[in-house]
Design a protein around this ligand. Structure first.
Ligand code: AMP
Ligand code: ZN
Length: 523
């Protein structure tokens, strides 16, 4: 069975995910097979994204990639909170218009995502493009008494009107209901309160930043200069691009309350239907097990991490960070330390070496012009072995099947990427030891590479360019290597070392392997 057929077959076996709404592991049943609707709350572009934010989007990316890998047709939407207290305040400090300011940081955020191989959402909507959509929902909520205009000039959502309020965040409303109103976007669980849908324009602080919506209040049509509260944007964004219902809604665990709880209250009051079927929340990123904060001097952006490790290539750092996210259960907190990053980078280097070896092995079997003795020897041994050159053995096929099965099983268990990575590492050991013993035929070697490419659709950490990285070594260098081997055989270590040094000055290094020594251009 080829990999694709296998995945389609296996997908029906069931994906389970932890649903914050029910606090249970549930079998995933999409609303419609043809289109799985996935939404995640986007960034607030008032500064560079920190590694906590990026960890969150890595989680979203891995979940979406896994769904696609399991052959679901997924459509994703993300908002960008370009209007809020922080973007307005910081843009004013910078002397730029809100639009210039937020576009700058949105672009920086998108660059970070590209650098971490995070796929952009299919639709990315700055909330400044959703003003009429927000207005229409608010107007309807006022008409149905879910919202009201208060004396302070803002429009509030009346939480007491929504019977299911508190269900997502698991709040005991019996004790918590209060008549307090909250205009501030972020507040504690203890403060269950009517929250602002649309904030009164504050000429002192808002400056140019005011938008108009049309609402009917007390049978009067009114067009007023105001600006949105935080939560209404995501309701509007979902309704505009997906309609009343979606399959999966994601975000960091800090968003469960009040933000996601309030999204539910707004959207469900408006549509009368259950909004998201599954809510997924990622744990928090900590640094050295402490909350990341500027005052604690442990606050990092991706650029800060590059600067702190200027002796390591940025590409390796990015891939190392992505691997760290894969090796962390998404619901758990993610403890970032520079030691753990260093270990992840070493693991990446090991995976790179495996890809290089596969490239060399394949090139040798194909018989291209790489004139290195051990490769010749490898070709000969493989040709003489029990395998025909183009054959795929039954044992090999069974092995492949059990690796893919285990990999999928781990992912289907609530996106257990930590478990899936242990399968990848077992596969790495299998490849390395089998190459040492020249066990793979050419077709098997090709199948391994295809297999790794399929896994990479989810994990996105392999660098397949390294397959081609088998540069032709000049004849003089090969002659020097032969001389050095001869010297070693004769226990003439001083000469052997001198030749190694000569090669070193010519920018080549000798690598001793089980199959003999080979040379490689230094990077
Ligand atoms: P913001 O830009 O503040 O709106 O946050 C964007 C996303 O990053 C949200 O989903 C937050 O839950 C998430 N987030 C913020 N801080 C952290 C953190 N330290 N660890 C993980 N996720 C975070
Ligand atoms: Zn949201």
């Amino acid at each position: 069975m080829c990999i694709v057929n296998y995945i389609i077959f296996w997908r029906n076996m069931s994906l389970h995910l932890y649903n914050t709404l029910t606090r249970e592991l549930e079998r995933f049943k999409p609303l419609k097979q043809e289109e799985v609707k996935v939404y995640y709350c986007g960034p607030t572009p008032y500064n560079y994204a920190h590694i906590g934010n990026l960890r969150n989007y890595l989680m979203d990316d891995i979940v979406v990639r896994t769904l696609r890998f399991l052959w679901y047709k997924v459509r994703t939407v993300m908002n960008v909170t370009d209007i809020d207290d922080k973007t307005i305040r910081e843009s004013q400090k910078s002397g730029k218009t809100l639009q210039e300011f937020t576009e700058f940081y949105t672009e920086k955020f998108m660059t970070d995502c590209v650098q971490l191989s995070i796929f952009p959402a299919d639709i990315i909507a700055p909330i400044s493009t959703l003003i009429p959509d927000m207005g229409a929902i608010i107007d309807w909520l006022i008409a149905k008494w879910y919202a009201y205009l208060a004396e302070d000039g803002s429009i509030y959502y009346s939480v007491a009107k929504f019977k299911k309020y508190g269900q997502l965040a698991h709040l005991d409303m019996k004790w918590m209901i209060s008549s307090v109103r909250i205009n501030n976007d972020e507040y504690d669980k203890e403060q269950v309160a009517d929250f602002a849908l649309w904030k009164a324009y504050d000429s002192e602080n808002d400056g140019e930043n005011a938008w108009e919506i049309e609402v009917v209040i007390d049978w009067d049509k009114k067009i007023i200069k105001w600006r949105p509260g935080w939560h209404i944007e995501c309701s509007a964004c979902n309704i505009k691009f997906f309609g009343a219902q979606i399959d999966i809604h994601m975000g960091g665990c800090d968003l469960i309350f009040p933000h996601h709880q309030n999204e539910v209250a707004q959207t469900e009051a408006y549509t009368g239907k259950q909004f998201a079927q599954y809510w997924m929340h990622g744990g928090h990123l900590l640094v050295d097990n402490k909350k990341m904060s500027k005052s604690a001097n442990n606050f990092y952006t991706l650029q800060d991490i590059f600067k702190k490790n200027s002796d390591i290539s940025e590409v390796l750092i990015r891939r190392g960070f992505r691997l760290m996210a894969l090796q962390n259960q998404y619901r758990e907190n993610f403890n970032f330390t520079f030691e753990r990053l260093g270990a992840a980078i070493n693991t990446i280097k090991g995976l790179d070496e495996m890809i290089r070896r596969l490239g060399r092995y394949q090139t040798t079997l194909i018989g291209e012009d790489i004139d290195i003795e051990w490769l010749e020897d490898l070709r000969e041994r493989n040709a003489k072995g029990r395998l025909k050159f183009h054959e795929i053995s039954r044992e090999f096929r069974d092995n492949q099947q059990s690796f893919i099965q285990e990999f999928i099983e781990r992912l289907e268990d609530d996106f257990d990427t930590l478990g899936a990575m242990t399968i990848v590492f077992e596969y790495q050991t299998y490849i390395n030891t089998s190459i040492d013993d020249a066990l793979f035929s050419l077709e098997e070697c090709k199948s391994i590479i295809d297999f790794l490419k399929t896994w990479n659709e989810v994990i996105a950490i392999f660098d397949f360019e390294l397959l081609q990285n088998n540069e032709i070594i000049p004849k003089e260098m090969i002659a020097l290597l032969a001389e050095r081997n001869e010297a070693k055989l004769n226990k003439n270590y001083a000469v052997a070392d001198r030749i190694r040094d000569t090669l070193d000055t010519m920018w080549y290094k000798i690598i001793d392997e089980k199959n003999g020594a080979r040379i490689e251009k230094k990077k």
